[in-house]
Design a protein around this ligand. Sequence first.
Ligand code: HEM
Length: 141
Amino acid sequence: MYTALQTAHSVFAYIVLAVLFFAAVNAISGLVSKRFFAAKDLRISLFAMILSHMQLLIGFILYFVSPLGFDALGNMGDKDLRLTSLEHPLINIIALAVITIGWSKHKKEESHNGKYKKIAVFYTIGLVLILSRLPWASWFN
Ligand code: HEM
């Protein structure tokens, strides 16, 4: 169970980060080129949000079966354990909240430019937050 979840969370991370990056770049390019916000733009942004929520869900379950998650909360002196048991989960939850706020704010926008702007700003902030607290060392080992 633990190994399967850890592998799923690790492999899925590549897909989530790639799709989030693509959605943010797509919104920035739409904003800069003043394109219409088309159905495909909505689908890209929605897809990125759904995939990141799936990763969040896998992360929540993993948190309670991994020795590096909840069980490691007492070891805050160890910076690697502090990262996986506190900083990574907390910052990722905040990042997903930011992305979700961006998604809901874009829906309330009337203008094409306004929609792109909300996705561009909120998804980019979310992505930067996620990247700032990834356990890079264990991921590439
Ligand atoms: C979009 C959000 C997230 C991304 C992209 C992400 C990505 C990653 C990556 C790349 C790793 C390293 C995997 C490895 O060592 O092979 C990892 C580990 C971990 N993540 Fe996440 N994560 C996210 C959200 C979360 C959340 C919300 C939680 C908990 C509530 C969480 C809990 C964990 C735990 C406990 C580990 C250590 C697992 C272990 O090696 O035992 N993650 N995550």
